[in-house]
Write a protein of this length. Structure first.
Length: 333
């Protein structure tokens, strides 16, 4: 298994908080390692495939950090953090099948390494494992997990379909992201607050904060899919163009009235572009004003998440949460 990296250094936090986060993430990693294991060696290997590939463990970190607004990190918080991360990992197995992806985190995707059926079934198994962990945390935690899963799947379904006629593409897409990505990150923060005894007001604030940074996180991913090279991204750039997805940069480019954008708009409307056409579209889109507009909107969503934190007691934890909101939109991969 991957040796867990320490929690990322967060400006303004004490050595004590940093140490607690490091210990908490190590405990989460140990639990993840134990729960993806299986008596069948093949299932154990397939279960652990994406876990071994690494990852930032952003969601578990948020769960642990939110708990610091209450009584602190405990065994239930660690379990919830692992459950959220397994839910996230399970969704990646399914995403890669839907995207026909070849790589994930710089390694072969599960569907490429095994096959689509195996990837789907392993994703299902991990969803089940996550639910089994959450079931030990009480009925409210189970209800949250179920509601999260419903919204996550609803978002994925809507993401795979075009914006309905008569609806604003921007608003529709942001709603998709709130379900597809925002809800699980909101749940990560919610579990940390709930299981550490925070007030209902604090929990509600963290839910809203988490959903907003979740949307910002996915918006940043959409920009990275266009701007990054393969060695940075760990997967081929231009996935959204290949799939005909309408992310914010693409929405803005398609809305352009400039005749000079006709070629780019043609390429973005192709249902099955060739790799050469994807490369041409990327070359035209990367310097396009649509990218600057999408970046500004992404930063505005993150700024809105930071504004919500004003309702919480100010200190090193809220400062760290504000830094996380900045970090999700200022990354390269």
């Amino acid at each position: 298994m991957v040796t867990p990296a320490p929690a990322p250094a967060l400006p303004g936090i004490s050595p004590g908080l940093q140490a607690r986060l490091d210990l908490g993430l190590a405990a989460v990693e140990d639990l993840l390692t134990a729960r993806v294991d299986h008596d069948d060696p093949f299932i154990a290997e397939a279960n652990a495939h994406l876990l071994r590939a690494g990852g930032k463990r952003f969601r578990p970190l948020l769960t642990l950090l939110a708990a610091e607004l209450g009584s602190g990190i405990n065994d239930d918080v660690v379990a919830a953090a692992a459950g959220v991360e397994l839910t996230h990992l399970a969704s990646l197995y399914h995403d890669d099948v839907m995207d026909d992806a070849l790589t994930r985190r710089g390694a072969p995707s599960a569907n490429a390494k095994y096959d689509n059926s195996t990837a789907i079934l392993v994703g299902d198994l991990l969803f089940g494992t996550a639910s089994d962990i959450i079931a030990d945390l009480g009925p409210e935690a189970v209800k949250i997990q179920s509601q999260t899963f419903i919204r996550l799947c609803s978002g994925q379904i809507r993401d795979d379909r075009a914006c309905p006629p008569g609806q604003d593409p921007n608003a529709y897409y942001l709603g998709v992201l709130a379900d597809k990505t925002g809800v699980l990150i909101a749940t990560a923060a919610r579990y940390g607050a709930l299981l550490s005894g925070c007030s209902r007001e604090t929990i509600a604030t963290l839910i809203e904060y988490g959903e907003r940074i979740g949307v910002a996180f996915q918006l940043a991913d959409d920009l990275i899919d266009i701007s990054s090279e393969m060695d940075v991204l760990g997967k081929a750039p231009g996935t959204d163009i290949r799939e005909g997805k309408r992310t914010l940069p693409i929405i803005h480019a398609l809305a352009s009235q400039d005749p000079a954008d006709a070629r780019l708009q043609h390429l973005l409307r192709l249902s099955e572009p060739s790799e050469d056409q994807v490369a041409e579209a990327l070359a035209l889109l990367r310097p396009h004003p649509a990218m600057d507009r999408a970046r500004a909107e992404t930063e505005a969503v993150a700024a809105g998440a930071k504004d919500i934190l004003a309702a919480l007691p100010q200190g090193e934890v809220t400062a760290a949460l504000a830094h996380l909101a900045d970090r999700v939109v200022r990354r390269d991969g």
